[in-house]
Unconditional design. Sequence first.
Length: 427
Amino acid sequence: MCRAGCVFLLLTVALSRWATPVAAQEVKNSLAGEQAAQDAKKTETLAGYNLHWGPASLQVQSSLHAEFTDNALNASLNRSADFILTPEVKLRSYYPISDLNALTLSLGVSYEYYTRNTQINPDSPLISPDSELAFLLYVKDFRFRFHESFSYQESLYYGLSYSAQGGGFINLQNLGTFGRIDNLAGVKADWDLSDLVLSLGYDHENFISMLSLLDYMTRASELFSASAEFIVGPQWRAGLESKASWNAYDTHALPDHWRARVGPYVDLGLGDYVKLRVGGGYDGALIPVNAGLTTQSTPFYAYARASHNLNDWVTYWFTVAHENQLGWQTANAATTYLGVGASLRLIEHLDLSPAFSYGWGEESGPNYLQEAWDESYTYLQASLSLIYHIGERWSADVRYDYLEKGSTVVNNDFFRNRITLGVNYKF
């Protein structure tokens, strides 16, 4: 695997230098040093923060959405339609500590009211506070970033969630309100050697489930990362990326285990219009044999992500990937997904955004109940949203979503249509 990766990397570097003979004449901005610190000061912006309280900048957003769905509980049988009202308020704040460092805080409060299936209405508003404290330190050719971020999320998990562009997929159904804490603290160091940038990072993560049914997910993780990136041209990068983690679960319902990933990648752009990144290599969940995992993780990962700003009116993107992830029923989930989407400015102030994603995965082995679990599943999501910007602060939107899950587990599949109308206001 290392030999294949090295050959791939060398060919990429050689091809890139042949394709861009003037690259040696270009001036590359350093990631570290005094000049980088000065550039960071110049490029710092606070877009959207239009309220001020002393040194703090604030942004307040509010929205009200009305939704109709033909399958409120995402049920395979006995489908139930419903009409849902969702008011929401979001507050974001930015507090500068120095010229380069700041504390950011955000808080979202919402409520989902089901007019028919009232038994699933939450007892209190759903909250989602987030915060991050980050410090940058520049020492000669080194840049250090120290950070501490805290997140608490609450959401109704009557079904699964997804991210068409990021490929995220939560394979959980019919749980009610799921609260979870995620705290991440660590440091990343970049060493800029002109045509080569070496990076090393460490983070400690605590993930805590606030729902007793999902206590088995509570864990502490030690996260390590390292990369070597060659600056091939002004917008050409190629290198080797690696990650490793130790995941220790509190209840031991799922086995403690190591995860590791390493492989080459290429990152390139054509001006401000085309961005492309591809990579792949070894990817494994090193789960102990005595844990009884019936199907081991696939030993590789691969991905490609691209976006194209065709003009001021049309932007489109696609992503495709295969990887191993922490499972939601078992210790590991092998997943493959693809997604495509676009943002179209039809006329001034009117945006149309279609998106489509499809994925499949497998979770096999003893689950959190220490029972044999073997589920292969697919999911398909298609959406079409229309946003009309009414002046600087107001906007209105209408959205259609189709979601379908197929599963080898009996009564664990469903399909759902959803139409949402909403209005948004920024203070």
